[in-house]
Design a protein around this ligand. Sequence first.
Ligand code: FAD
Ligand code: SF4
Ligand code: SF4
Length: 476
Amino acid sequence: MADRMLQFVSTPQRTPEKRKADLRREDFDEIYARFTTERAAEQASRCSQCGVPFCQVHCPLNNNIPDWLKLTAEGRLEEAYEVVSATNTFPEVCGRVCPQDRLCEGNCVIEKGFDSVTIGAVEKYITDTAWERGWIKPPKPRHERTESVGIIGAGPAGLACAEVLRKRGWQVTVYDRYDRVGGLMIYGIPNFKLEKDVVLRRHAQYAEAGITFELGVDIGRDISFQALRDKHDAVLIATGVYKARDIQAPGSGLGGIVPALDYLTASNRKGLGDAVADFDSGALDAAGRDVVVIGGGDTAMDCVRTAVRQGAKSVSCLYRRDRANMPGSMREVSNAEEEGVRFLWLNSPEAFVGEGQVTGVRAARMHLGLPDATGRQQVEPIAGSSHTIPAGLVIKALGFDPEDLPAMFDEPGLGVSRWGTLRVDRKTMMTNLPGVFAAGDIVRGASLVVWGIKDGRDAATQIQSYVAAAAAVAAE
Ligand code: FAD
Ligand code: SF4
Ligand code: SF4
């Protein structure tokens, strides 16, 4: 079968078909089509089956990529799905939203001059096919066990942990203050990157497998953290990071200046059919307005592209460094440009203008100076370069910090780093409180879905070892 592989010399890289930009602007559907069976096999066959696969080394889940590419090339899709799902809880999500250019694909080593294997698109194809053909079953255990875990947060980290422990027979309760499961996969990431059915069908399977979900429950407010510790053998904190970084400048209190996550959540809720007062009143709707998004990360890209789809009059992205220094994925920047977003590189906001309601952003042009101690070039304003950009809606996408969990949980002893993230033992993933573990963004700071999955899966194993050891000691 080896002759099926190594086709990169004669077969060019093809990505799944991308819908034309003018059509994409009209709706919130995903922008990439799925590979056909033939195209998936063809693209998988480009892999040269490296002895040391750097794609796998640079995948946070250490996915066995060469094996599932070979199985796909051979048309053995059910086996390919077995391999894909052995290490990944949500391969269909990772195939859609991982920044593959920085992870697996960016490290694919097929010879220089040839483009990488389209690993993410094949992973998505395999898993979407598995869903269609009914190969994905609820993670029901063979035997029930008595141990119980309370998981705070139904994002990728919490759900990954829940699935592993439930499969092993644990009694699993997931608590979330949102009314739906998925964390930022449901209310942060827009539909055009990740359609919501993809997340919701997982929820349905988990409920069928016996995982209990207590939704609309804010731990620390509706149920005390201590009550959770008393109820369960172990607790996992997977609450993510939600405190939006702010910008202090004259006029920052004007109406029409909103945080990115409020804006994106309203849009996602609208798409899910919810009544959203702030959207219906126009406060969080970009339709007909000049929109300025401040920031250069993936959240900023999601905001500009959402505004385009809502029918904004114009959409500009203001970023104080240049394109090469942007933290956001280049693929998303290109998608945004195709959809008509104007990028104002090397521009930094100085003030917001307007009376009561914002009407413009005054910005200074910047230039890149000498690198600082971290090696990053400093930005400095160019004297006399102030100019005003018209804006009826300003969206602040400057990143997120952790909330004050020790205060929220009324647990001053819970150890945090100087950034407010939870401190855990690197090996055991346990916080300084016995039996309390933590995973995902609340430990790493704002990160990626794939890292949340990795942490959640690892935490499940650590929780099981901890509870088994505690039971052994108690039995002595
Ligand atoms: P979250 O997904 O944030 O889930 C935490 C959950 O905990 C939430 O459901 C929250 O309601 C709940 N919670 C918090 N506090 C409490 C409490 N006190 N009581 C009960 N429940 C609580 N990553 C990618 O890989 N690719 C992308 O394209 C991408 N795009 C993104 C776009 C946006 C706009 C944002 C904001 C993030 C994006 N990310 C992306 C990052 C990714 O979504 C996160 O890294 C990931 O979701 C973190 O997972 P988590 O489980 O740690 O936390
Ligand atoms: Fe690549 Fe992400 Fe899939 Fe790993 S999980 S193979 S990084 S797309
Ligand atoms: Fe295949 Fe590229 Fe991975 Fe090598 S690095 S095994 S060619 S996908």
